[in-house]
Design a binder for this molecule. Structure first.
Ligand SMILES: [Zn+2]
Length: 404
């Protein structure tokens, strides 16, 4: 369903009609051919041709029987065959790669997670991703011809005009093409996009999207990014790198400060990301001999969060600083876009209520005060699944043209 035809051509119109019919069957559960004619306004012979093709060629629909006659010919009922097509979503993170193979109903068949070393180069990681995809297909025992595509979420500035990762501070990638080597291995459509925007799309399809079509997803993980959804569509910006909230400078001063992985100084990420929190704690720990963190051989964001929750003052101070800067940055973003909601997600957002509550407090203090307007500050409904679900939705949305 992904072939490109010139606008206005018979093939193009046929494809649009097919998408319309498929979405109607999918959303209805079961529907008669006569009802499809009525709902779409297309002619009966056109519907017959499209439905027959969906049943016999794409195998995305099946005939489930004959309905009850209300006088005249009994209606022929068709239903969506979500179990007969598959999608893979990949969350290509800095410290782990997570993949899920689902059917077209969005039900996960197989999930696999591999840990990676944050210092590994692209080629090493790529081999892991290829291996993970092969394992997902093998373990799910599916026919590869029924795979509709592979969606990949990765961190970095991805130019949406050519899908090249121009720069990824977290991975230290420059001009990396993820799509080409994957397309050579797997002959299916591959879509690559920035992880935070992908997470936002996951929320749109499977999470808060039920209620909101204008929201900003803030991803606080190893790095920090955001995905902007406006009128139910992702916002890319001119080059495709909109949403890089993590690389906005958060405090003033010409010299000094913390050097960011992007090359600039004092970005939000330096203070509020998983990497930033761990680096600050590691650097300053010797100044706090009473901190329980001194007992650990290696610090991690999770361990610092646990210490903060247990009342360790040093750990709490670092998390409070992270929350304060996040609250300010999110409020500025909300002032700029006027979304209906802000959705907080990413692994660092699992740190605990002490962290989330402080972000909310600062956000409410900093946002433009307007009693007639209300921005909801929500927690991601998908948690650690947001990126894979979003990667899956990329294929459902862009290749299969499923409506959100
Ligand atoms: Zn930066």
């Amino acid at each position: 369903m992904s072939s490109q035809h010139p606008k206005g051509s018979a093939e193009y119109i046929n494809r649009l009609n097919k998408i319309k019919v498929l979405n109607l069957i999918r959303e209805s559960g079961e529907i008669s051919r006569a009802e499809i004619v009525k709902e779409t306004g297309l002619s009966a012979p056109t519907i017959t041709r499209i439905v027959d093709s969906l049943i016999n060629t794409e195998k995305l629909a099946s005939q489930v029987g004959i309905g009850e006659s209300k006088g005249g010919r009994p209606p022929v009922i068709v239903q969506f065959n979500g179990e007969n097509g598959y999608v893979i979503g990949i969350d290509w993170g800095r410290t782990h790669i997570y993949g899920v193979l689902s059917n077209l109903n969005g039900e996960a068949l197989t999930k696999l997670d591999v840990r990676t070393d944050a210092t590994d180069d692209f080629e090493t990681d790529l081999k892991r991703v290829v291996n993970l995809i092969e394992k997902l297909i093998f373990k799910s025992k599916i026919d590869i011809n029924k795979l509709s595509g592979i969606g990949v979420a990765a961190a970095g500035f991805i130019n949406k005009r050519n899908d090249i990762v121009e720069f990824s501070p977290n991975f230290n990638w420059k001009d990396i093409d993820i799509k080409k080597p994957l397309s050579e291995h797997f002959k299916v459509p591959i879509i690559v996009d920035n992880v935070s925007r992908v997470m936002a799309q996951g929320e749109l399809m499977y999470g808060v999207g039920d209620k909101h079509k204008d929201f900003i997803f803030i991803n606080v993980g190893y790095g920090i990014g955001s995905g902007i959804i406006m009128k139910g569509q992702p916002f890319f910006g001119f080059d495709g790198i909109a949403g890089e909230i993590g690389h906005n400078r958060i405090i003033g001063g010409i010299s000094g400060g913390l050097r960011c992985s992007c090359g600039k100084v004092d970005c939000l990420e330096c203070y509020s990301s998983g990497r930033g929190i761990t680096e600050i704690a590691t650097k300053q720990l010797s100044l706090y001999p009473n901190s329980t963190l001194n007992k650990l051989s290696k610090l991690s964001t999770e361990k610092i969060a646990i210490a903060a929750k247990e009342g360790d003052e040093f750990a709490l101070q670092i998390f409070n600083q992270a929350a304060d800067y996040l609250g300010i940055a999110i409020a500025s973003t909300a002032n700029l876009f006027n979304p209906a909601a802000i959705v907080l997600g990413g692994r660092v957002m699992n740190s605990g209520n002490f962290f989330t509550d402080r972000i909310k407090q600062v956000f409410n203090r900093e946002i433009i005060q307007q009693p007639s307007r209300r921005i909801e500050l929500l927690q991601s409904q998908l948690g650690n699944e947001a990126a894979v679900q979003g990667a899956t939705s990329l294929i459902l949305h862009e290749v299969m043209n499923f409506r959100v």
